[in-house]
Design a protein around this ligand. Structure first.
Ligand code: ATP
Ligand code: MG
Length: 557
């Protein structure tokens, strides 16, 4: 899939790689995608996955999957498994190169000893609060820790005792010995190791009570894997000097280069893992795979395809400038894919019964209709016509607004793929609500335009005797504003209260019998829908993926 994955157009990272290959700095590039297993992957991660795996594919290099698992409190194998299946679902393969930073814990420990021996790291007894205090501020330099001048021998002895579990949490840390007056705060003797007792790490169990920090682990893991280009988001720009310091000061054969790009920010959604975790934990959505979530699991359940997500990532490109991407861009990527690939079906979401008075009661006609207007390869299906139909309530108006092109009392419409029908009588219940229509069809009009008569509109329908009842979940954007939480308000107050409406008695055409979860269709005139995992043979459940065109804003107001 090489070129379909990476955009054809070049970007600054490609230019750096091109130059590195041209001057012989590398023969082959190695990238990695480094998630922390503390949540599910979201659309922002997709940008990073497509970039890292896509570059490796298009330069015939390799991309590793590496779990950055240095923070065992929040991590879980549930997330490890979900991340792997989501990366695979997007269409990428790490071969036999799924690594864990925790695979390197012993090696990282040895590197720490090397730093101590070189006088570049020391055991510090300051508490977390004191360490912060000594660090200084953006405008003031920090102060040296009183423990900074410990001898190498003492540092080695204490570090060994730290590993052996002889000190409680927070009692001591190992710190790099760089420069407490450095303008970049990240270089003011950053902590490399902290003590954490009593955590069961999902990979290493209780083998360690000493955990390396992210800033120390990441560069060294990259180097151990022979990563050539370590791509990360802009918030790590200030950490780059520390990244380079770590690599420069331990014995390593490889010198990865860190390159930062801007993260994906998407309108009408949040992609902070903390917020996504909160939405799930507080029950504001049904789970990580709620179809309104920007997680890959949620997008998949919503009906998004890997092709559409990769296409979206190609369309947004890779730059260093922060921006907010329009939701409409993501929606148009899925619409384009499904327009080309989704078989057409008829589904009446808000059924209104129509009794045909001039069509024989027990007659059934099987009409052969095409599954796709532009792609004959998708074939045809039988569609049954009968004396009682369902049409959508929204396609009938007793007192039509101006420009209403659908059915009105005494008016005519074409029934899609079938006859022209006239509404003869409106049947109401005691409260005056319309409960059915009596109508007649012109039997001369099957597949032909009626001569000399003007038919205003085309509507969809299903045969009442053959229809399959279904539940349809109409999803909309989870937030009602482009930047939830902007201006200091709690982002949860920006949740769209109408982001889910459930229709319990939709009626589907019989060809949808036996549909399996994950199958996608265009319901004609309604939008693109996917069968939800809640679907059973007796009870199909469909989710709205996206409407046929962008109507956001028009439905609001
Ligand atoms: P946190 O570190 O707060 O848990 P994170 O979103 O950075 O959250 P990671 O698991 O560390 O999550 O991310 C893995 C990779 O995906 C990192 O390289 C990160 O830079 C990248 N990434 C995360 N969010 C985005 C985003 N919105 N756009 C592009 N890349 C992203
Ligand atoms: Mg991160």
């Amino acid at each position: 899939m090489t070129d379909a994955v990476e955009p054809f157009r070049t970007h600054f990272i490609r230019q750096i790689i091109d130059a590195d290959l041209a001057c012989g700095k590398h023969d082959r590039i190695v990238t990695r995608f480094p998630p922390e297993p503390n949540g599910y992957l979201h659309i922002g991660h997709a940008k990073s996955i497509v970039l890292n795996f896509g570059l490796a594919e298009s330069y015939d290099g390799q991309c590793n999957l590496r779990f950055d698992d240095t923070n065992p409190h929040k991590e879980d194998v549930e997330f490890v498994d979900a991340i792997q299946s989501d990366v695979r679902w997007l269409g990428f393969d790490w071969g036999d190169r799924c690594f864990f930073a925790s695979d390197y814990f012993e090696q990282l420990y040895q590197f720490a000893i090397e730093l101590i021996e070189k006088g570049l790291a020391y055991v510090c007894d300051l508490s977390a609060e004191e360490t912060r205090d000594y660090r200084g501020t953006l405008t003031e330099p920090g102060r040296n820790s009183p423990w900074r001048e410990r001898s190498v021998a003492e540092n080695l002895a204490l570090f060994t005792q730290m590993r052996a579990g002889e000190f409680p949490d927070g009692r001591r840390t190992l710190r790099a010995r760089i420069d407490m007056a450095a303008p970049n705060i990240n270089l003011r003797d950053p902590v490399l190791y902290r003590i954490k007792h009593g955590v069961i790490h999902h990979q290493t169990g209780s083998a360690w009570c000493l955990y390396p920090t992210y800033d120390y682990t990441h560069p060294l893991s990259d180097a151990l894997e022979g990563v050539t280009h370590s791509l990360c988001t802009l918030e790590f720009e200030d950490h780059r000097p520390l990244y380079d310091w770590c690599i420069a000061n331990v014995s390593l054969p490889c010198q990865p280069r860190q390159i930062e790009f801007s993260r994906l920010n998407l309108e009408y959604t949040v992609t902070s893992k903390r917020r996504l975790t909160e939405l799930v934990a507080d029950g504001l959505v049904s789970g990580w795979d709620d179809p309104r979530m920007p997680t890959l699991a949620g997008l998949r359940r919503r009906g998004y395809t890997p092709v559409a997500i990769r296409d979206f990532c190609a369309r947004i490109g890779v730059t260093k400038s922060e921006n907010l991407v329009e939701m409409a861009l993501l929606e148009s990527a899925i619409r384009d894919d499904l327009d080309a690939t989704a078989p057409r079906r008829m589904a009446v979401l808000r059924p209104l019964k129509v009794i045909l008075t001039n069509y024989p009661k027990d007659r059934e006609e099987s009409l052969e209709v095409s599954n796709h207007p532009k792609d004959a390869a998708l074939g045809t299906r039988p569609l049954i016509f009968g004396a009682e139909l369902y049409i959508d309530r929204n396609d009938f108006a007793e007192n039509p607004p101006k420009d209403f092109k659908r059915l009105i009392p005494g008016g005519e419409v074409r029934l899609r793929n079938a006859y022209v029908m006239r509404c003869d009588e409106v049947i109401k219940d005691a409260s005056g609500e319309v409960i059915a229509l009596r109508a007649s069809v012109d039997l001369e009009t099957l597949g032909k335009n009626p001569e000399g008569r003007k038919v205003k509109g085309v509507i969809h329908w299903v045969s009442a005797a053959h229809a399959i009842a279904a539940e349809v979940r109409l999803y909309d954007r989870l937030f009602r504003v482009p930047t939830p939480g902007a201006g200091g308000v709690d982002y949860r107050t920006d949740i769209n209260p109408d982001s889910l409406r459930v229709l319990h008695d939709a009626m589907l055409e019989p060809a949808l019998q036996g549909v399996s979860p994950g199958e996608r269709f265009q319901f004609e005139r309604e939008g693109y829908f996917v069968a939800d995992p809640d679907t059973t043979s007796a009870h199909p459940v469909f989710n709205l993926t996206v409407g046929l065109r962008d109507t956001w804003g028009k439905n609001q107001a």
